[in-house]
Design a protein around this ligand. Structure first.
Ligand code: NAD
Ligand code: WQD
Length: 338
């Protein structure tokens, strides 16, 4: 049984990925300092999988505490590094917080990966590295533009650190560039539960429908798109979880063509804000209280992925569409306990 370290394991994508790993027979060690998550997510994962997670409350910026986990689990063969701060607006207000947390934690984990002879390192990157891309759909070879926020810069720098260090040891590295992760586990027992106020479209929609917010604002309907609202590529969190397991197995089975690889993870289909709202209304049967508001500063008009590389090399086939995203996110919103 392969032992995998998941950093940021109590977070949104991390907790869903742990479920997938446990169900596929991996043993999981998790590290999280709960700056944006609750230990309850790990309890939920253990409850409904019936499997144990070796979970440690550790700040990855603390090198000694991080290394202690590696000393207790010297048989870790792979790392999925999710831990990071991710609020774009907050990163503009507090850039040093983002550079310190995201870069320092990555360096510490990477240092341990080399020192403890780990074979695979999967990095959470983001479509944000592309900035305003010049071509659509965006493929892995589309040139990166200037980062639009310090958060985006931490992902560009994070990738560069991995690219520049991969020749030096036995580590095989994969950067996964997610587009817009959304949705929740089908059970309704696991979903997105951040400590900061949710700003992403899907939780804003479900929280509005639940009455936690008065109204959902559509940020602009005067863009040059089919209905005037912005277009994104919403990818279900369980499809992402599956992609992480596939990337990990790809490397552990020695199928990687190079020691540093990059994959886009999106459905490849652009969905507008108004189409997303309609999908929510269709699946929930609820009429959403929304209003067209002004454009949001810094928003990209349209972006969606060419994920054919992940289809071909990882054999990754996303199973869920925007309706599934909305129905699982809504089930979570109604049934959530934390
Ligand atoms: P999340 O905030 O739910 O999870 C991140 C977890 O990392 C949290 O539980 C947080 O407490 C933990 N963490 C942060 N700093 C830490 C530190 N120094 N030490 C230990 N734990 C720490 O976010 P998520 O949505 O699950 O995102 C996971 C990763 O995917 C992040 O790297 C994020 O940048 C990236 N990503 C997310 C999205 C998205 O929209 N959700 C899109 C693209 C990329
Ligand atoms: C989606 C669309 C909004 C809220 C962010 C990060 C990106 C990546 C994914 C981490 C946009 C519109 C939203 C609302 C709205 N994260 N919207 N009303 O901005 O595409 O991407 O998450 O790496 O880096 O920037 O996601 O969910 O905020 O917005 O109309 O209340 O929904 O304008 O068109 P975004 P989002």
């Amino acid at each position: 049984m392969h032992k995998i370290l998941v950093t940021g394991g109590a977070g949104y994508i991390g907790s869903h990925t742990i479920v997938d790993l446990l169900e596929k027979g991996f043993e999981v060690v998790s590290i999280d300092n709960h700056i944006n998550s609750f230990p309850a997510s790990i309890d939920a994962v253990q409850d409904f999988t019936g499997k144990k997670v070796h979970h440690y409350e550790v700040d990855l910026c603390d090198m000694n505490a991080t290394e202690k986990v590696f000393q207790s689990h010297s048989d870790i063969v792979g790392i999925i590094h999710f831990a990071a701060l991710k609020a774009v607006g907050e990163s503009v207000e507090q850039p040093m917080l983002y550079f310190n947390n995201n870069i320092k934690s990555q360096l510490n984990v990477l240092h341990c990966a080399y020192k403890y002879n780990v074979k695979a390192f999967i990095f959470s990157s983001s479509c944000t590295v592309y900035g305003t891309a010049e071509e659509l759909p965006v493929s892995e070879t589309t040139p990166m533009q200037e980062a639009e926020s310090p958060y985006g810069r931490t992902k560009q720098i994070g990738e560069k650190i991995l690219k520049d260090s991969h020749q030096s040891g036995n580590l095989n590295i994969v950067s996964l560039r997610y587009f817009n992760p959304a949705g929740a586990h089908i059970s309704g027992k696991l979903g997105e539960s951040p400590k900061v106020v949710a700003m992403n479209l899907v939780p804003v929609i479900t929280e509005t429908a639940r009455g936690k917010r008065q109204k959902c604002f559509v940020y602009g309907d005067d863009y040059n798109t089919r209905d005037g609202s912005c277009i994104r590529d919403y990818v279900h969190v369980m499809d992402l979880a599956d992609a992480h397991e596939k990337a990990l197995s790809h490397v552990l089975e020695g199928k990687n063509e190079s020691k540093y690889e990059i994959f886009n993870l999106g459905i490849g289909k652009g969905v507008s804000v108004l189409e997303a709202i309609k999908a929510f209304e269709r699946t929930s049967g609820i009429k959403l209280n929304y209003e067209i508001g002004p454009r949001r500063l810094g928003d990209i008009v349209a972006i969606y992925a060419d994920s054919s590389k992940a289809h071909k090399l990882l054999n990754w086939r996303p199973q869920y569409n925007i309706e599934d995203i909305m129905s699982t996110a809504w089930k979570w919103e109604i049934e959530r306990t934390y």
